[in-house]
Design a protein around this ligand. Structure first.
Ligand code: XMP
Length: 516
């Protein structure tokens, strides 16, 4: 069995760079399991005990000269494990081994840069000239003793360096970023030629391992899961059902802020189709009463999080003894909540923390080592319908953060209709490259309209559609005018109280995807 202890894996030692999760993903895409640890949270002894096949030192925002810049324990260089330093990781290798790291305004590089690479095992298959992605101010002016320069750019006299004897390498550029033409190949060379990986990690096999692991861990336990119908909690539900059967109880708190007909769909799918032990709680009135008159976005989120917990706790109390609380935590949640060294950028929470008033002996988070695309693969392997696996993201606080200003039942119903119409228009257009997320927002702007001979004074609906890989950055989608036209015509005709439709043409950054 391909268990966590015996399978080959790579350590991504995190120095706080923005692309660190991407590095781990790129490694896993090559069927080698990778895990991220903050540079100061794992000791050389632990690294040795976990038998990593290789270590990748990530980039980071610091300069190696900063007084408080993060450094690794020197001992990791003596473990006999191959190392690849990227950007800051590269500079750290050079600096700690006595090379010269310099900083000069006119030597900084940002963006696509021409790389000139020597023949080297790291660059097998990489042409002499190719494009790489650079993002740095400091640079290695001279590699340390024992290292040789194996690539340069116009401004960077040492864009990559190698200590072949000890299998320690550094690259100033970012192979994990798609703009680096041969980035995947360079990582492949490191993983397979240098580290000797075999690439036998498959998320499909991993699914069976996970089911087996949780069958054993949770044998005889009563497990409770808050199911929202989002990808993560849905996959968690299916996986745990396979592991513990009817000992899994799913509670679906329907806060009434879901999209049109979504609550029924979730119930039908999980209770009807999968036969999951599901309790649906219709809590719309409670949520709306608590939200009445609240306009501040953060306060809305807080109220929803707290109310959610309260409703969930009350339901759990009725269920008697619960042994295990299951959660749909995935790897980026783990990293973003502070496991890695990266700054916490977002505080997106679907639920307002852990319930305090139910006692349970442990938590089960079977997806905590997986990235989103891997979670989707697990979902597909478990038979989750395509439309759920590929569901666009939907914020935990639901339509509450898409109604600007205070929330009323009337506004909520209008938004549900407008949103459903817009989604129908986009889905029906059969676009080859449709947006990754698209929805309607009810602004609190009243504008004048005309209907028949009468003046109207209704709300303005904003349509939002974005194209993105990771939702950290996003482009507004150039939807065909016909799609926008149909959505606009239908919304203003069919949804009472809406007199105007506008299209949001802001990208992220500087705007965010959601309006609140
Ligand atoms: P922003 O608005 O930060 O959104 O650009 C990025 C992505 O995150 C989703 N989002 C949330 N997801 N709980 C979630 O689970 C939340 O509170 C939340 N707020 C935003 C958003 O829909 C987009 O996909």
């Amino acid at each position: 069995m391909n268990t966590m202890n015996t399978m080959e894996k790579i350590l991504v030692l995190d120095f706080g760079g923005q692309y660190n999760q991407l590095i781990a993903r790129r490694v896993r895409e090559q069927h080698v399991y990778a895990e991220i640890e903050a540079y100061d949270k794992i000791t050389p002894d632990e690294i040795k005990a976990r038998e990593y096949k290789g270590i990748i030192l990530t980039g980071g925002p610091n300069s190696v000269y900063d007084f408080e810049s993060p450094h690794y324990d020197h001992e990791i260089l003596n473990l006999g494990i191959p190392i690849l330093g990227i950007c800051y990781g590269d500079q750290l290798l050079a600096f700690t081994a006595g090379g010269t790291v310099s900083s000069a305004e006119n030597s900084s590089e940002y963006g696509k840069t021409k790389l000139i690479a020597d023949e080297h095992p790291l660059f097998v298959g990489v042409p002499r000239e190719s494009i790489c992605w650079m993002s740095h101010t400091d640079f290695i002016a001279e590699p340390p003793e024992g290292y040789k320069t194996i690539a340069v750019t116009e401004k960077c006299p040492c864009a990559a360096m190698a200590d072949d004897e000890h299998k320690i390498y550094g690259v100033q550029f970012h192979p994990e970023v798609t703009h680096t033409q041969y980035g995947n190949l360079i990582l492949h060379n490191f993983l397979f030629s240098v580290c000797g990986c075999s690439g036998d990690w498959q998320v499909e096999n991993f699914t069976e391992d996970l089911v087996a692991e949780y069958k054993e861990k949770l044998s005889g336990k009563k497990v409770l899961l808050a199911l929202s119908g989002g990808v993560d909690s849905s996959v968690t539900a299916l996986l745990l059902q396979r592991a513990v059967g009817d000992n899994l109880i799913c509670v679906f708190v329907d806060h009434g802020l879901l999209r049109k007909d979504e609550g029924d769909f979730v119930e039908r799918t999980f209770k009807g189709h999968f036969g999951i032990n599901l309790i649906r709680i219709d809590a719309k009135e409670l949520f709306l009463s608590r939200l009445a008159g609240v306009t501040d976005p953060e306060t809305k989120r807080k109220i929803i999080g707290e109310t959610f917990i309260r409703v969930f706790e009350e339901e759990a109390k009725k269920l008697g003894q619960i042994d295990i609380l299951a959660q749909g935590t995935i790897y980026p949640d783990v990293i973003e909540s502070g496991k890695g060294a990266s700054a916490v950028i977002k505080s997106h929470h679907n639920v307002g923390g852990l319930p305090r008033r139910i006692s349970f002996e442990g938590i089960a988070e079977p997806l905590r080592t997986l990235f989103k695309d891997e979670v989707r693969n697990v979902g597909t392997t478990l038979g989750l319908p395509h439309e759920l696996v590929w569901r666009q993201p939907f914020p935990g606080p639901g339509l509450a953060v898409r109604i600007i200003g205070d929330i009323t039942d009337e506004k909520l119903e209008a938004l549900k209709e407008a949103d459903a119409i817009f989604r129908e228009a986009v889905d029906g257009a059969g676009l080859p490259h449709g947006p990754d997320q698209y929805f309607a927002v009810l602004t609190d702007l009243h504008t004048v309209g005309v209907m028949g001979d009468a003046r109207t004074y209704g709300y303005t609906v904003a349509l939002r559609a974005v194209s993105t890989d990771d939702f950290m950055t996003a482009e507004w989608t150039r939807l065909p005018y016909e799609v926008l036209e149909e959505a606009s015509r239908r919304i203003t005709n069919e949804v009472p109280g809406i007199s105007r439709v506008v299209y949001d043409i802001s990208s992220k950054p500087p705007a965010t995807v959601e309006w609140e």
